[in-house]
Design a protein around this ligand. Structure first.
Ligand code: B12
Length: 153
């Protein structure tokens, strides 16, 4: 019987893809997110720096992760993110996957110009922009995912 993470009585470890976008060469943000997700019980595939759109797409289609966490800090994340989320959402198998983006998405530090509404309209489930208010914390978001509500960290 399939019951959330329990498949014939065996716990299934949830999976996450951590990635940045094609223009972004920063990596410690990705390491930080990988460790955080591992603390939340995820098995993480960290795709590293400067991930081309088609590679991210391929990995998401093959791995079918429970969540995709995209991070960008170089200031171009709002542009790269808008482009890549359209491609991800265009895949029927990724249409409902929780996909979030966060970090330093522009160059305004989250003040004045923010990208939350814009990027959610484009297809992201949630947006976590440094310095800007978000609807939920990242921790609350993770706990809201199917079968994750009761997971202690
Ligand atoms: C180290 C560094 C580099 C190194 C990166 C080496 C490496 N292997 O990662 C190098 C020298 C390569 C580099 C290059 C550049 N960098 Co740089 N870099 C930094 C620096 C000093 C530290 C970044 C870091 O490692 N932080 C540690 C990690 C753990 O934290 P973090 O990145 O801040 O991420 C946190 C949050 O953003 C958040 N977060 C991030 N993503 C997500 C996602 C989600 C879902 C959530 C919930 C949270 C979240 O959580 C993280 C932990 O708190 C920052 C300045 C700074 N002090 O932050 C500039 C900085 C990020 N760089 C900057 C810039 C402009 C560049 C360059 C364009 C410079 C240039 N002209 O060449 C290039 C970009 C190259 C490219 N193609 O991307 C700017 C970005 C400006 C902006 N966005 O407003 C910064 C902010 C410096 C500045 N103040 O101007 N950089």
């Amino acid at each position: 019987m399939i019951n959330g993470n329990h498949f014939y009585g065996v716990d299934r470890q949830p999976t996450a893809i951590v990635s940045t976008v094609a223009s972004d060469s920063h990596t410690w943000n990705l390491v930080f997110l990988q460790l955080l997700l591992e603390e939340h019980g995820y098995s993480v595939a960290n795709l590293g720096a400067c991930v081309p759109d088609d590679l991210l797409l391929k990995e998401c289609r093959e791995l079918r992760p429970d969540v995709v966490v995209i991070s960008s800090v170089n200031g171009h994340g709002h542009q790269d993110g808008r482009r890549v989320i359209r491609q991800l959402r265009d895949c029927p198998e990724l249409a409902e996957t929780p996909i979030v983006i966060g970090g330093k998405l522009g160059i305004a530090g989250g003040e004045g110009v923010t990208y939350d509404d814009d990027l959610r309209d484009a297809g992201f489930t949630e947006v976590f922009e440094d310095g800007a208010p978000s609807r939920v914390t990242f921790d609350q978001f993770l706990r809201s995912l199917p079968d994750r509500a009761g997971v202690a960290v």
